[in-house]
Design a protein around this ligand. Structure first.
Ligand SMILES: NC(=O)c1ccc[n+]([C@@H]2O[C@H](COP(=O)([O-])OP(=O)(O)OC[C@H]3O[C@@H](n4cnc5c(N)ncnc54)[C@H](O)[C@@H]3O)[C@@H](O)[C@H]2O)c1
Length: 335
């Protein structure tokens, strides 16, 4: 296995704080560049490990980013930093544009300028929008419906424009992620329903027939690790998803795992929009597929709740839009 010097933007977030220990464990040098909106605690224990470092900074601060690229000779970048869901992105369009578009452009341009050989970009399955097609594959035209999805798609375009022989780029169109993380999010479908079952002893779903693709956070991390060296992937986008399940099916998996007596309360809704994802390309091309299911995420979360790793579960710190609306000034710094 090759050892890399990897910059992980947004590395202290939900996905990053599972990814970074894994990269360190595999012997890579890892530098997290993050504004630490959720604090640095999720990754601060890693500072004891050789080869791990933290750099505080905003991806909109081009000068600071340049400094960090100069100080480390990175050969890989994994770009996770973002206003990272639809509702948070709708709070303030200027902030979202400045972070998800301009900040992303900064990271991509500076990475190429600094001689980084491969760039992995956290795009999202939301770039497809709502589709009638039964198989939502990577070759479909993007039809983003939200600001969040639109900038994810535009980020892919920026990357495509920069990719060349000496600068490889891959876009990861991930399904909604689930499972436990040192920086837990309880605003993602499986995690929301698990929290409800454990803490409120009731699961509430609206409609329930909507299909949602999901992937376990540790599977997504496995995939990023694979992409560090996978051959023939430059210029490609990959869907990553383990299953397409309806919200009601997810609720039933959660209930059956936590306690079969927990009621599932269904509120009728007109919004029965479904999102599906066909993730077969990654298996065909790279021989990889996720190894964990929704039930594994529910088990991990249940164990974390049981042993006190989720203090104050109703707190806004587990919910991006709630925390962001309390702290908009934090984000306005460079907007
Ligand atoms: N979680 C999911 O279900 C999911 C699905 C598809 C794609 N993604 C994408 O994966 C990435 C990571 O998602 P996550 O769930 O870990 O999100 P998260 O909100 O938990 O983490 C984002 C991290 O980025 C940092 N950050 C945000 N803006 C920054 C800025 N301007 N400068 C520096 N740091 C900044 C935050 O401090 C945080 O540590 C995001 O780009 C997200 O859009 C996530």
């Amino acid at each position: 296995m090759n050892r890399h010097r990897i910059l992980v933007t947004g590395g202290a977030g939900y996905i990053g704080s599972v990814l970074c220990p894994r990269l360190v464990q595999e012997g890579h040098e890892v530098c997290v560049y993050d504004g630490f909106f959720f604090g640095r605690k999720p990754v601060s224990d890693l500072l004891q490990k050789p080869g791990f470092s933290l750099e505080e900074g905003d991806i909109r601060d081009r000068g600071r980013l340049e400094q960090v690229f100069r100080a480390h000779a990175f050969d890989r970048v994994i770009h996770l930093a973002a206003v990272s869901n639809d509702p948070s992105s709708e709070l303030d369009a200027d902030i979202t544009r400045s972070v998800n578009l301009e900040g992303t452009r900064n990271v991509m341009e500076l990475a190429r300028q600094a001689g980084v050989a491969r760039f992995l970009y956290a795009s999202s399955a939301s770039v497809y929008g709502l589709r009638e097609e039964s198989r939502v594959t990577e070759d479909l035209e993007l039809q983003p419906l939200t600001l969040y999805a639109r900038y994810k798609g535009e980020g892919e375009e920026i990357l495509s424009g920069l990719v060349g022989r000496d600068f490889e780029g891959v876009s990861v169109r991930s399904a909604t992620v689930c499972g436990m993380s040192p920086r837990l999010r309880l605003d993602l479908t499986v995690n929301i329903l698990t929290h409800q079952a454990i803490c409120r002893r009731k699961i509430s779903v609206f409609g329930g027939d909507q299909v949602r693709p999901n992937v376990h956070v540790r599977d997504l991390v496995d995939f990023y690790t694979l992409l560090l060296d996978a051959p023939g992937v430059s210029g490609e986008a990959f869907n990553v998803s383990e299953s397409n399940a309806t919200v009601r099916e997810i609720a039933e998996i959660v209930r059956d795992e936590i306690d079969g007596n927990i009621p599932i309360e269904v509120t009728p809704t007109n919004d029965n929009r479904s999102y599906r994802l066909d993730a077969s390309k990654v298996t065909r091309q790279l021989g990889w597929k996720p190894g964990r299911g929704i039930v594994d995420a529910v088990r991990d979360l249940a164990a974390a709740f049981a042993d006190g790793r989720v203090p104050e579960p109703e707190s806004s710190r587990y919910r991006n839009v709630a925390l962001m609306s309390e702290k908009l000034d934090f984000w306005r710094r460079f907007a």
